[in-house]
Design a protein around this ligand. Sequence first.
Ligand code: ASP
Length: 309
Amino acid sequence: MVEESDNMRKPSIIVHGGAGTWPDKDDVEAAAGAKRAAEIGWSILQAGGSALDAVEKATNYLEDHPLYDAGRGSFLNELGEVEMDALITDGTTLNFGAVAAVKHVQHPISLARLVMTETEYAFFAGEGADMLAQKLGMPVVPNIAFVTEQMYKEFIERTGGHIHIPSLGTVGAVAIDSEGHMASATSTGGRRDKPKGRVGDTPIFGAGGYADDRYGAASATGIGEHAMRTLLCRYVIDRIAEGATAQEAATQAAYYVDGFFNPSNLGIIIVDKYGNLGAMHTTPKMPIGWIDEDGIAHGSMGGSIHGLE
Ligand code: ASP
């Protein structure tokens, strides 16, 4: 999937559905959902739309999909609530919009975009973020609407003392449009059973997402505490600035994070300024969807531990 040539491949898009230990029974659906999200973003790019629109709409689809840990389907915190985080980044202006611990917004990534475009601020959290959504005309969604039967069942089992296998399923998208502008979008319900108020890497600029038109765009997933401490997305963009391709940067990132944490349990998707794609995950699986150089959509559950080569 990696393009090593110097030929410009614009536009281009890749999405992820979260690095983690996905159960085998979800493989087909998770890969298909990632592929579908990539197609949604691709149709916007093909029509001359912006990278920001493409990553937002691809992410909205995954937020609504109950299989992923974002929007509906998010993990529940220790109190049985959904608290969601999101970050959108604009590679042209180096601007971003972020929200954390929102509880009543159907599409946290769209609220993040409005924070970026409609306010003089960059980051809203908690009740204030939910109130901003209302002020900006977004419908108020009861928190229970984000709770799927599966998550409810797991919560009841867990609070009854049962052991669970952790799985992660944040969603994200990165794209370059026909003008060469880049963007990243990342949205999550955070980690399973997280304490109330815990916020991970997803809304942190440079950790959960980053975009710079001069080099590339990236979206991260996995253990947020690890991605924050390594500023994972900024790390890979710095490698591209030094001359690495998207996939080389992804592979370097895998070795970098594994040097700090064992296991690191992280994943990332990248697009560089040539439209080349890269991805890696140090977890057993990470659903990804992308469009190849012939315009064909693909979905997979990832590949080897250190990349998708
Ligand atoms: N990075 C997210 C967090 O720590 C979780 C994930 O990617 O699945 O909140």
